[in-house]
Design a protein. Structure first.
Ligand SMILES: *Cc1c(COP(=O)(O)O)cnc(C)c1O
Length: 389
């Protein structure tokens, strides 16, 4: 069939040479997926069962990242979402219905808490918050309609390490599903499924991405029943992730081990040094005995990462704590940790009865890949100026 140059723009006869082989995974973009014939057309999300049908359910790039995360977490299957928060909301939509009750730790990532209160309660789901260090005692909070318990270990900002195996054992006895936000451990330093968790999620935005330039999340399941529920919700909520971002996450995986090793070492040096400083009341780093749940960390984790918090002595005001953060030169101020740049954020727990009594004296640090001694000098100069202010 003859073609004009305009049609050739869409249906070219020219092609690049075949046979390219490289170390970089290809970025497969695509909404439309081509079928070989009319009868083969189907709109089914389970690409493992039916092959590729539509870009929303993943291209080879998305599904390669999913398979790689699944392999690292020792799961059954993984879904990739546009961000960690999307993974959280998707899990809730997949498993919950009106009349259910869920348990959420007081130390949960704040937008997860907010989703429970702002969205789940609006849909008639009962939400209770529990102390993160509750352990097996959680069984006393189960109701007839308790369907799911969230865990996050260590918790956001206040860093309590949870007794996940004890919570999981109690939950399973009551037929309750256990979901873990495993972002801090990068999915590699806490083997969630070996410790009884049913569903994990991670913000791949953090350590897997590793360079503060993408937003992605993952959900990993341990069995086919959860796979089917998450898969349907993933389709119906339309949680497509960008293949371009997946390529960056696949690149991030190649250096994850060396980045984590360097970050762990640096964070431990700084956390230990800070715990001896007179300005600091408490260092909340899971590998230090001053962190709630430290014994559980030693029992259950195989390594630590670079996010921990400092609680200043009671005599320091909020203004002084802000001055400490503002006077840091290498540490920048901003959310979304786990990149190569060190960050510091001051928080104010106010007088909330459900949070530890840290007031406005708590600062969370993200340790990046700068030289440890330079980071230490930076913190030291800022502490000195803080004491003088
Ligand atoms: C950042 C974060 C999330 C959310 O991830 P996004 O990709 O930013 O949506 C969820 N949980 C924890 C613990 C996080 O730190």
């Amino acid at each position: 069939m003859p073609k004009t140059w305009k049609t050739k723009l869409i249906h070219p006869d020219a092609h690049a040479p075949e046979g390219f082989s490289s170390l970089a995974p290809a970025t497969h973009r695509g909404s439309t997926v081509l079928f070989p014939n009319a009868a083969a057309v189907q709109d089914t999300w389970d690409q493992h069962a039916v092959g590729y049908t539509y870009g929303l359910y993943g291209t080879p790039t998305t599904l390669e990242l999913a398979a790689r995360i699944c392999e690292l977490e020792n799961g059954y299957r993984t879904f990739i979402t546009p961000g960690g928060q999307a993974a959280i909301s998707l899990i809730n939509f997949a498993f919950l219905k009106t009349g259910d009750h869920i348990l959420v730790p007081e130390s949960i990532y704040y937008p997860n808490r907010k989703f429970s209160v702002e969205v789940l309660e609006r849909f008639g789901i009962e939400v209770s918050f529990y102390p993160p260090t509750i352990g097996a005692e959680i069984s006393s909070l189960f109701r007839k309609n308790t369907h799911l318990v969230w865990c996050e270990s260590p918790g956001s900002i206040s860093m309590e390490v949870q007794d996940v195996p004890a919570i999981a054992a109690a939950a399973h006895k009551a037929g309750v599903l256990v979901v873990l936000d495993n972002t801090w451990s990068a999915g590699v330093y806490f083997d969630a499924f070996a410790h009884g968790v049913d569903v994990t999620m991670q913000a791949l935005t953090k350590y897997v991405g590793g360079h503060s330039d993408i937003l992605l999340g993952s959900i990993t399941v341990r069995d086919d029943a959860a796979y089917q529920k998450i898969g349907l919700a993933h389709q119906l909520l339309g949680c497509a992730a960008s293949p371009d971002d997946c390529t960056l996450a696949l690149r991030g995986l190649k250096t994850l081990a060396v980045r984590l090793a360097a970050i762990e070492k640096s964070a431990l040096v700084l956390a230990q040094w800070l715990s001896a400083r007179p300005e600091i009341e408490l260092v909340l780093h899971p590998a230090l005995p001053s962190c709630p749940g430290h014994e559980l960390f030693k029992r259950d984790f195989t390594g630590s990462t670079g996010v921990f918090s400092l609680v200043f002595q009671k005599n320091f005001t909020k203004e002084q704590v802000h001055a400490f953060v503002n006077n840091l030169a290498l540490f920048k101020i901003g959310y979304s940790w786990a990149g190569v740049t060190s960050l510091a954020v001051a928080y104010d727990f106010g007088s909330r009865p459900d949070r530890p009594d840290y007031g406005a004296r708590i600062v969370r640090l993200n340790i990046g890949l700068e030289e440890t001694s330079d980071l230490q000098s930076d913190i030291e100069q800022s502490l000195r100026r803080m004491a003088q202010s």
